[in-house]
Design a protein around this ligand. Structure first.
Ligand SMILES: CC(C)(COP(=O)(O)OP(=O)(O)OC[C@H]1O[C@@H](n2cnc3c(N)ncnc32)[C@H](O)[C@@H]1OP(=O)(O)O)[C@@H](O)C(=O)NCCC(=O)NCCS
Length: 197
């Protein structure tokens, strides 16, 4: 089943919405070209607004398919302050998140607010049991965002994700955090039919 998410998600201070090509200049100038922002991410800083436009076109083309959504985050005083990405796994049971915020908006709790709202919506979706994300072991601010969004640290995935701005040759170790449905079956559950329940 595809993810059925609203086109717009509102939190106390933020609006998460569909990306449009007209966002390209603000995103490029705000964070996509900033090497400090992309240091622990999977992409290199954008070299031109054309790079940013290409990214927006790609994510806009996926918007209606229902298994991947990349929301633009607007703050009241700052349109295109950041972005948050949700991806449904092939088996439909888990959603993985990625997120980014422009540097002059760091440290105000904005990303924890955006992530918590998206995790709530993902876990409310029929069939989705697990909402998770990971961060480079050297990116503790991101780990803290996940904790503040109610996710629990689960462990370290070794050599998990390429972060080319840190090391272009070897995948980086990453810390994993997740929230699962509160009514998840206990560990060891093997399916109600097999248990005869
Ligand atoms: C990571 C990022 C999204 C955080 O966004 P934010 O809105 O500033 O996050 P919040 O304000 O909600 O929370 C950040 C928390 O990290 C903490 N923090 C910041 N730097 C830290 C550090 N070096 N070590 C430990 N904790 C740190 C802050 O104190 C805060 O926790 P607190 O509220 O308990 O004090 C933002 O810094 C960013 O976009 N970074 C670049 C992109 C990125 O790394 N994305 C994540 C990829 S996994």
């Amino acid at each position: 089943m595809p993810l059925i998410l609203p086109d717009e998600i509102r939190t106390g201070r933020l609006v998460l919405r569909r990306p449009v090509l007209a966002d390209a200049e603000a995103i490029f100038a705000g964070y996509a070209a900033d090497p400090e922002v992309s240091r622990y991410l999977t992409w290199r800083p954008h070299g031109s607004v054309a790079d940013t436009r290409a990214h927006i076109s790609y994510f806009a083309s996926l918007w209606d398919a229902g298994d991947r959504r990349s929301y633009v985050i607007d703050a009241a005083d700052c349109p295109c302050a950041g972005g948050i990405d949700l991806r449904l796994a092939d088996d439909g049971r888990s959603v993985v998140f990625g997120y980014v915020l422009r540097r002059d908006r760091w440290g105000r709790g904005l990303m924890a607010e955006a992530l918590a709202a998206c995790v709530d919506r993902a876990l409310a979706h029929p069939g989705v049991w697990r909402a998770w994300a990971y961060c480079d072991v050297d990116n503790p601010a991101s780990g803290r965002v996940m904790e503040k969004a109610g996710m629990q640290f689960e462990g370290i995935l070794r050599c998990w994700s390429m972060h080319p701005n840190v090391d272009p040759f070897r995948p980086r170790d990453c810390r994993v955090y997740a929230r699962v449905r509160p009514d998840s079956p206990a560990p060891g559950y093997v399916g109600s039919r097999r248990l005869g329940l």
